[in-house]
Ligand binder design. Structure first.
Ligand code: SER
Length: 582
């Protein structure tokens, strides 16, 4: 069976049961600031699940493109993806558990003709909020002929909300046996030869901002069937990458690398998965570009991860855009936006790949210097990451090749220290920790260092920082200076800062005593606030300043610096407001 057949069968079946086919939404949700990506078919339906009237009625069916990065570390196995297509049917306050379960069973066994003997299900087993297990769903499954030992009661069978608030509820999941041996009589959800293919969410609660579960106005059904997994199962594969959805990509990687899929399945899978996701992200109608923020950061991370795994296959030249061409060709009939945005997708990939390869080669030079001067240790290895974005995995591999074993734990301890200091992980965004709404604050902090130095160059060494207030929107900065600044002085300070941004200066830091910091020539106007040991941030040879951070890793990440206001703050103190334009 082809993917097209599967989609058509799904649509036709649910249409014959009174469902209307609706089109897929963008990968970037419109109405949910708590998530970065559309992670399920229910996303665009949230208002209707909460009780709004949907223009297409109460029974809907669709296929939705989804991105889930919380599973990124599992990509590389046979069934996990960062991008996938989800088939779904919905009842918006119409039918509930009984019909939902009956439809699912009929579709799996009569339409797809899956072997009943290989199907198992799980139901909600109760948790601290709702202690009772879902006896109704159990009853409906039993009535359809599912054996009791093939029904598992699971505490975690709860889906949603997608972000921090919204509709959610217990669920019942369907699994298919993919092992070579006969399906065991008893269902063991821990055995990954049982692959989850479909999830019926019995959506009857709304999680509020205060963490309460209130009953929804209406009882809904929200189902999600993984297209890739189901297609694999229907074709007798125990590996989604063997399906027609991935084979052209896998073949292209084989051709580019001269290696066979069987020799390093993990790298092949990661590359195929990640580049497919990247194509859909930048090809979306809300097109994403790699950056250091939000969706752009996720995109950057997956492209770079694919390039790293490309190295394992010996792919040292740009390859991502060649794969993208294959993917666009494969998917353009169902997703015409990919063809429309093809030029943009390819250009973005090429740019990002060039940037990352450049980072890698700079980091490599620095690495070699460290080895030659016998200064390679976990701390300097970590500095390689902060200054050059040089990835840990590569550092560890190279160190091993050079006969120097670095401890991953010690390196990670450095990383932890850095993270605690820069507190970049944002609360609220969904699992995976990729979102970072504090990135702008870091950029502003970094720009403030450049600005202080620039003001000293323009106005003289009497300029001393008197206070600052930095947030995601802007820099507010007070400094000692007696006169109003002229437009020329402002322009000159801006130009100096922008010049340093253009120079792409690495931002690095070292710990030292206050005395050493003074000797080193670091600025620091609030020295009394700092403990005995201080951290000094250095930006190329332009700026040295005592500071607790957090900062970006390179001035090139700042964008365009602009002073938006200059005024008096108090006697002898001026106040500047400045912004970074993207
Ligand atoms: N929202 C549920 C899921 O993502 C069903 O679509 O699994």
């Amino acid at each position: 069976m082809t993917a097209k057949d599967l989609k058509n069968k799904f649509f036709q079946y649910f249409q014959s049961q009174g469902h209307e086919l609706i089109s897929a939404a963008s990968l970037i949700p419109d109405n949910d600031p708590t998530v970065l990506f559309t992670t399920a078919g229910m996303h665009p339906l949230v208002p209707y699940l909460l009780g709004e009237k949907h223009p297409h009625g109460q029974r809907l069916v669709s296929v939705q493109k989804c991105v889930r990065t919380s599973d990124i570390d599992e990509v590389g196995d046979n069934v996990h993806h960062t991008f996938f297509e989800m088939l779904g049917n919905w009842s918006l306050g119409n039918y509930f558990k009984k019909e939902a379960i009956e439809y699912s069973w009929e579709f799996l066994t009569k339409i797809l003709r899956l072997d009943k003997e290989k199907i198992a299900v799980s139901i909600f087993g109760g948790n601290e909020n709702l202690p009772d297990y879902d006896a109704q769903s159990e009853k409906y499954w039993l009535a359809l002929g599912v054996k009791p030992e093939r029904i598992a009661k699971i505490t975690d069978n709860w889906w949603g909300p997608a972000g921090t608030t919204g509709p959610c509820g217990p669920d019942t999941e369907m699994f298919y046996w993919t092992g070579n041996a006969a399906a065991p009589a008893k269902f063991d959800p821990e055995d990954n030869q049982w692959v989850e293919i479909w999830n019926d969410v019995l959506m009857q609660y709304n999680k509020t901002a205060t963490g309460q579960f209130e009953s929804l106005k209406q009882k809904n059904i929200d189902t999600g069937m993984g297209l890739e997994r189901t297609l694999a199962v229907l074709n007798g594969y125990d590996d989604n990458y063997l399906t027609e959805l991935f084979q052209p990509i896998i073949k292209a990687i084989e051709k580019l690398s001269g290696k066979k899929y069987e020799t390093d399945k993990k790298s092949f899978r990661i590359i195929a998965d990640h580049i497919r996701t990247a194509v859909f992200m930048s090809g979306d109608r809300k097109g994403i570009t790699p950056s250091n923020k939000d969706q752009g950061y996720v995109l950057r991370r997956i492209i770079r991860r694919a390039i790293r795994f490309g190295k394992a296959l010996g792919l040292e030249q740009n390859f991502t855009s060649q794969l993208a061409e294959v993917i666009i060709k494969d998917y353009k009939t169902d997703y015409p936006e990919l063809e429309k945005n093809e030029k943009f997708i390819l250009e973005e990939l090429i740019k990002e790949e060039n940037k990352f390869r450049n980072t890698l080669s700079k980091g490599l030079k620095q690495f070699e210097k460290l080895v030659a001067s016998k200064k390679l240790n976990e701390k300097t290895a970590f500095d390689l990451y902060t200054s050059y974005g040089f990835p840990l995995e590569i550092t560890l591999e190279l160190a091993q090749e050079a006969g120097l074993n670095l401890s991953k734990e010690k390196y990670q301890a450095e990383f932890q220290k850095h993270q605690d200091l820069s507190r970049t992980a944002s609360a609220g965004m969904f699992k995976g920790g990729l979102a970072d709404d504090k990135d702008n604050t870091k950029r502003h902090h970094t720009a403030a260092h450049l600005m202080l130095q620039a003001l000293r160059m323009v106005l003289g060494d009497g300029v001393e920082q008197k206070g600052s207030n930095i947030n995601e929107e802007r820099i507010r900065f007070d400094f000692a200076y007696p006169d109003k600044l002229t437009p020329e002085q402002i322009k000159l300070a801006e130009d100096i800062v922008n010049e340093q941004i253009d120079k792409k200066l690495p931002v690095t830091w070292q710990e030292m005593t206050l005395a050493e910091a003074k000797k080193y020539g670091a600025l620091g106007s609030f020295e009394h606030k700092y403990g005995e040991k201080v951290r000094v941030y250095t930006m190329g040879d332009f700026s040295k300043e005592i500071c607790g951070g957090p900062h970006v890793d390179n001035t090139s990440e700042l964008g365009h610096f602009k002073i938006s206001k200059e005024e008096s703050s108090s006697a002898g103190v001026r106040r500047i407001k400045a912004i970074l334009e993207k």
